[in-house]
Design a protein around this ligand. Structure first.
Ligand SMILES: Cc1ncc(COP(=O)(O)O)c(C=O)c1O
Length: 385
């Protein structure tokens, strides 16, 4: 049974636990004609009609009605830099977690804060991570001379926390985990991750990227924010790009101790370097549980349709607790599969690193995942030929 999102739901799990998130890289470029529709301005803003856009884990039900109204109002004052809405958003987030705003750093999507932290930590040592995770921002630090260390892949694609812990040598400054992981969609059992974070944070900094936390079955228990409050050397990244339906509005944040926040902000632009409309939308959506629960239910419905189609066509998938499914194509090549799917107007992801037979598909709009399900047998048949 999946927990409904609520203020309590977000907190209760973490309180219980307190007592006791590529290679996944950037979105593959798709042709403008496939990826975008044009509005009155003639500019492209989203998928063209008939195109099933299932390649970027967006929540296509957003922005919510309240967010749209707030954005309209905020945009009409777009001549001005952002103002009161920033402390308002910081207060809302702080209140939920029982922390002060000094624990929070906002940025353009969570990519901003994740990049600042990667750069900061790579100056102190290597960044350690699983074989496969959303490492786009980590790579930004590598381009500036940073180094990364990865542990070996596991057979079932889970993250081997023992191996990760064993790999924390003195030259490692930070270990990064994405939970649920992207692109696998798999969640680490909350108690195991909590124990790992406590142990590991005594040896190096721990970063948990919780971009998809709200979509999991138990967001409260799965979040490691309580560890930040308890004083461990842990950073937690969150975003408004996923369940909140605001990927294009670019709002994300990091939760960390005031001292850790200060380190991160050395590399950032501060909490007021934000987009007026984006912050307005985030404020309106943060507590809009009607919208959030509706979105979560639709995402789960879409996931069911994908998993059903996968099974019916003799394929398997990694167990997903989020808004995408990592499908095992057996012997088929995932890039070729992506291209075949694109010929049916279905946009999905291609190969990740050397995971040549794994294919990620997002839980998008119901008609879009149905389009994927309908194309699947045809694509498999075409690839057999
Ligand atoms: C695990 C994970 N973290 C962070 C991000 C960054 O998203 P944003 O910058 O939109 O918050 C993504 C985007 O897909 C992601 O999958």
């Amino acid at each position: 049974m999946t927990a409904q999102l609520s203020r309590r739901g977000f907190l209760s799990g973490s309180a219980v636990v307190a007592g006791a998130l590529a290679g996944a890289g950037a979105v593959v470029p798709v042709s403008r004609a496939l990826a975008a529709s044009t509005m009155g301005s003639g500019l492209a803003y989203g998928p063209a009609p008939g195109v099933a856009k299932l390649n970027a884990n967006e929540n296509p039900y957003g922005p919510s009605k309240k967010a749209l109204e707030a954005m309209f109002e905020a945009s009409s004052k777009g001549a001005y830099y952002v103002g009161d809405s920033v402390p308002r958003l910081l207060d809302m987030i702080s209140e939920r977690y029982g922390i002060s705003p000094e624990y929070l750093s906002l940025s353009s999507g969570s990519s901003g804060v994740l990049t600042y932290l990667a750069v900061a930590k790579s100056k102190q040592g290597k960044i350690l991570g699983p074989d496969l995770f959303w490492d786009t921002t980590t790579k930004a630090a590598l381009r500036q001379g940073g180094e990364m260390k990865r542990i070996a892949r596991t057979k079932d694609l889970s993250i081997d926390l023992d191996a990760l812990y064993a790999a924390i040598t003195p030259d490692v400054s930070m270990v990064q985990i994405c939970n649920p992981n992207n692109p696998t969609g798999m969640v680490i059992p909350a108690d195991e991750l909590r124990k790992f974070c406590i142990k590991a944070s005594k040896k190096c900094t721990v970063l948990v990227d919780e971009a998809y936390n709200e979509i999991t079955d138990d967001p409260g228990a799965n979040s490691m924010v309580s560890l930040v409050k308890e004083g461990y050397d842990v950073y937690v990244a969150r975003t408004f790009s996923k369940i909140y339906g605001l990927a294009g509005m670019r709002v994300g944040y990091m939760i960390a101790s005031p001292e850790n926040t200060q380190l991160l902000q050395t590399y950032g632009l501060g909490n007021y370097a934000m987009n007026q409309a984006g912050v307005a939308a985030a404020v309106e959506t943060y507590d809009d549980f009607e919208f959030l629960n509706y979105s979560k239910a639709k995402i789960q419905e879409a996931r069911g349709i994908i998993l059903d189609a996968v099974k019916k066509n003799g394929l398997k998938a990694a167990p997903s607790e989020t808004s995408f499914v990592f499908v095992d194509l057996g012997k088929l090549n995932a890039e070729k599969f992506r291209q075949e799917m694109a010929s049916h107007q279905v946009l999905i992801r291609g190969i990740y690193q050397d995971y040549t037979h794994w294919s990620r598909v997002s839980c998008g709009l119901i008609p879009d995942v149905k389009q994927y399900a309908a194309a699947l047998p045809k694509v498999l048949e075409a690839m057999k030929a």
